[in-house]
Design a protein around this ligand. Structure first.
Ligand code: 26V
Length: 819
């Protein structure tokens, strides 16, 4: 049956209007005269979804016919952001839809504001997954992002009396027009019970898993459009359901509680997203989630394989699976189970298929983040997987013994089982052994990965290791977020620049053109005005749009050192108090980000930012020369309003701690200058934009361990640096609020531990900030540097990252760039 054109997907003005009204009336059952803004949003979303869906179906059909290798991106988190505006941009429909709505007296921007974003991730890792789906669709690769449809995503943050308050994320309450429930695509997932031997007809001994409980996964599909592309990616998220809604026998016997217990327990599985940036805690429900979605995904992929008429032995030539961190690493054991137990493949064949299927991306070196699960927990929940993991391990350790005879310590470090105390399964080791390729997310990170956390694996299999530097989608984070800049870029780089970001190099010569610089400044100023009005609306704080916008937005964590930024803020404040004539250009310090609910010091850091704001913003002596804002509820949508307005991007993590960072890329692409350490992708950003257009400071990754092992005493720094002493003392002076003890834990931590070496980097940071102020006072020079930042950031498009993965990791073809 051919997929025909219809009014539903027509792009003429009349078709768009008719499709919109049809959805309002026929799909939503609303009388246009009485319909609300939210109804209009839903009707428009359905209209746009039709367009995306049709592309998706066509492209899936094509991929099936060509039997191409598809990419499955396994990720426990996705942070797509609002879909509507992005689809309109990708489809080239923004202006015709705006006009059509105008004709009905409806404003498109009002409808864009109605959308709730799916906060199905914590931060960088989840957002990266979404940038990658966007780029997969854009560069024309058939792909599916597999994950979990959490009912409650990352919490909403509000600030009350200066403190973070967590609210429940209710993203599904207004209905979700972007997803399609697929009752046909269900998968059963087993848990618990025991295994037993059995014989098949061929007499070969087999193993069978007899579970104690089965949970059903239901698929919800969200199409992800590509820019100027007829390929469409799919985000397929699994929701947990009870296999039987009711235990009817219990129900009939009047045991209502037990009857609903099972249902509730099953559905709890996909209820809520775990905050991942606290300590890794071996929470059983999280392991269940991980197994649940990877099991659903792999069974789904085997089903699609058989629809293609291909045998299970060819799994790896039909699918490349990327493991986004170790969260889905249990998939290695699961694919073995499916191939060996369900499909009857021999171990060696199954192992070859498995190893040729998976690749693994590491996203953090922090030891406390490495996932390990108690052996007993895996054994209780997934008894068959534990056997398989032991078998993989036994064979693997034989290989190691052959390569390094007699090296028992190495053997113990490489083992999938940590036996140094209570026994654990090490998920990073499982991912390494089961993967074709292992990568870090920036040059420095990949190098440190090979030298530290995965050094033994790198020694064993050096060819497995590679780097793929992260990237961000220029569609959402430049074209959509910053349309003023987009127009300017189109003028000099051609209108297709979002599809070929290296074209931004064409900007370079314009950095020397004063008229162009003027236009550039006007765009930035207008973005800052917009942000200033949002700040006023959300916080009540009035800020000066002509002041330097100095911004640090990201999850709150000690290693990211928001408190170093605050030490600078307070140092400036004390300086202005003492010397009102000091030459300090007007600055607005903007902070944003969520703290994990149980992370005590991170919450104190937020409190310190708000306390600094309360003090400084109201101090008459300061007269508004510096202001401090904590922007509540940093998420993808708010990011889109913030990134375009940044003058100075704060990327000040301790060297060696931030795997890559991606906010750094978003800001620099939007013309911000970076103040930063040699950490993560900052290193490559600095190389790209030129060291003269980047404010560098701080220890480097080699100096950090040297200093720590040389007996670092932060207290000595405090004693010997009067400015530092003054600012630290100020924190507990009572000036920042009546409760002097509020910041004592932060101060004690800095003076006696300082694990992230703030006091060591304090002076260097102040000096770099001084250079920032000096350059800011020369607007022409600043603008030149700003233009060059944007011009030279093209390589940080996620399209480039995805092309790298396709070429070097997945071995799949991509579309050639248009000339
Ligand atoms: C987890 C934990 C758990 C223990 C305590 C500290 C901590 C800190 C961070 C994390 C998150 C690990 C995974 C993650 O989100 N990594 C981020 O991935 C981004 C995309 O590659 C990258 O840009 C960020 O630098 C990296 O932190």
């Amino acid at each position: 049956i051919p997929i025909s054109d219809s009014i539903r997907t027509g792009i003429g003005a009349d078709d768009l209007r008719q499709a919109f009204l049809d959805n309002l009336v026929c799909a939503l059952g609303r009388l246009p005269a009485y319909s609300t803004r939210h109804d209009h949003y839903l009707a428009l979303a359905m209209t746009v979804r039709d367009h995306v869906m049709r592309r998706g179906v066509r492209c899936f059909e094509k991929g099936d016919n060509l039997l191409v290798r598809r990419v499955a991106y396994f990720s426990a988190e996705f942070l797509p952001g609002p879909h509507l505006g992005n689809h309109l941009l990708n489809l080239g429909l923004t202006e015709s839809i705006r006009k059509m709505l105008d004709g009905l007296g409806i404003n498109l921007d009002d409808l864009l504001a109605e959308e709730e974003e799916p906060g199905l991730g914590n931060g960088g890792l989840g957002r990266l997954a979404s940038c990658y789906l966007d780029s997969l669709a854009t560069v024309g690769v058939q792909s599916v992002g597999y994950g979990i449809r959490y009912e409650f995503g990352i919490f909403d943050q509000t600030i009350r009396d200066g403190w973070q308050i967590q609210g429940t994320d209710k993203w599904l309450h207004g209905g979700n027009p972007w997803e399609v429930h697929r009752p046909g695509a269900v998968q059963d997932v087993m848990f618990g019970g025991h295994t037993e031997p059995w014989q098949d007809e061929s007499d070969s001994p087999r193993k069978r898993w007899v579970p104690s409980i089965v949970i059903r996964g239901e698929a919800y599909d969200t199409p992800i459009s590509g820019y100027d592309s007829d390929t469409c990616a799919l985000m397929r998220l699994w929701k947990a359901e009870a296999v039987e809604s009711f235990d009817f026998s219990a129900f009939n016997h009047g045991d209502y509680d037990r009857a609903v217990e099972q249902k509730v327990a099953s559905e709890n599985l996909s209820k809520v997203l775990y905050p991942n940036d606290e300590l890794h805690r071996g929470k059983e429900l999280r392991l269940k989630q991980q197994y649940f979605f990877t099991c659903c995904a792999l069974q789904d992929m085997l089903r699609i394989l058989s629809l293609r008429g291909a045998p299970p032995e060819s799994f790896h030539s039909n699918w490349a699976v990327q493991l986004n961190d170790t969260h889905p690493a249990i998939a290695v054991a699961e694919l073995m189970r499916l191939l060996v137990d369900q499909h009857g493949l021999g171990w060696d064949v199954a192992w070859k298929v498995t190893r040729s299927t998976f690749s693994y991306t590491n996203h953090t070196l922090l030891p406390e983040a490495l996932e390990r699960w108690p052996v007993d927990m895996i054994g209780g929940l997934l008894p068959r997987h534990l056997e398989i993991i032991y078998e993989i391990n036994a064979r693997f350790l034989d290989e190691v013994r052959a390569a390094f005879p007699g090296d028992d310590e190495r053997l113990a470090r490489l083992s999938l089982i940590d036996e140094s105390g209570p026994r654990y399964v090490r998920m990073a080791n499982l991912a390494c052994v089961g993967s074709q390729t292992v990568n870090g997310v920036a040059e420095l990170h990949s190098k440190l990965l090979r030298q530290t956390v995965l050094a033994d694996f790198a020694a064993l299999w050096p060819e497995k290791f590679t780097n793929v530097t992260n990237g961000v989608t220029p569609r959402r984070f430049v074209a959509l977020a910053n349309p003023g800049l987009g127009k300017l870029l189109a003028k000099v780089a051609g209108k297709n620049w979002p599809g070929d970001l290296e074209k931004l190099h064409k900007l370079e010569p314009h950095a020397e053109d004063p008229a162009f610089r003027q236009e550039w400044r006007e765009v930035k100023l207008s973005n800052k005005r917009h942000l200033a009005s949002l700040i006023a609306e959300r916080t009540g704080i009035e800020v000066d749009p002509t002041s330097l916008f100095d911004v640090q937005v990201k999850r709150i964590h000690e290693y990211k050192r928001q408190h170093l930024n605050l030490l600078h803020v307070l140092t400036l404040y004390l300086r202005l108090k003492k010397d009102p004539k000091a030459e300090v250009p007007a600055r607005t310090f903007i902070f944003g980000g969520k703290a994990a609910p149980g992370y005590f010091l991170a919450k104190r850091i937020i409190r310190l930012a708000t306390a600094a704001g309360e003090l400084i913003n109201h101090d008459r002596d300061i007269a508004g020369r510096i202001k401090v804002v904590f922007f509540p509820d940093f998420n993808v949508r708010n990011g889109q309003s913030i990134y375009p307005a940044v003058d100075l991007s704060e990327q000040i993590s301790l060297a060696g701690m931030e795997a890559s960072g991606t906010g750094n890329m978003k800001m620099s692409l939007n013309g911000a200058l970076t103040i930063g350490t040699l950490d993560g992708a900052n290193v490559e950003i600095r190389e790209a934009v030129g060291e003269e257009n980047f404010f560098l400071f701080g220890l480097n990754a080699a100096e950090v361990p040297a200093l720590k092992h040389g007996g670092y005493r932060p207290r000595d720094r405090y004693e010997s640096d009067p400015l530092l002493r003054e600012v630290i003392d100020f924190l507990t002076s009572g000036a920042l609020g009546e409760d002097r003890d509020l910041f004592q834990p932060l101060v004690d931590n800095l003076l006696y531990h300082d694990p992230y070496l703030l006091l060591a980097d304090y002076r260097g940071y102040l000096n770099a900030q001084q250079r920032v102020s000096e350059l800011w006072m020369d607007p022409e020079a600043w603008t030149r540097a700003s233009i060059l930042n944007t011009a030279r950031m093209g390589r940080f498009s996620s399209d480039r990252s995805i092309r790298d993965y396709c070429q070097r990791v997945w071995k799949v073809n991509v579309k050639k760039l248009k000339k």
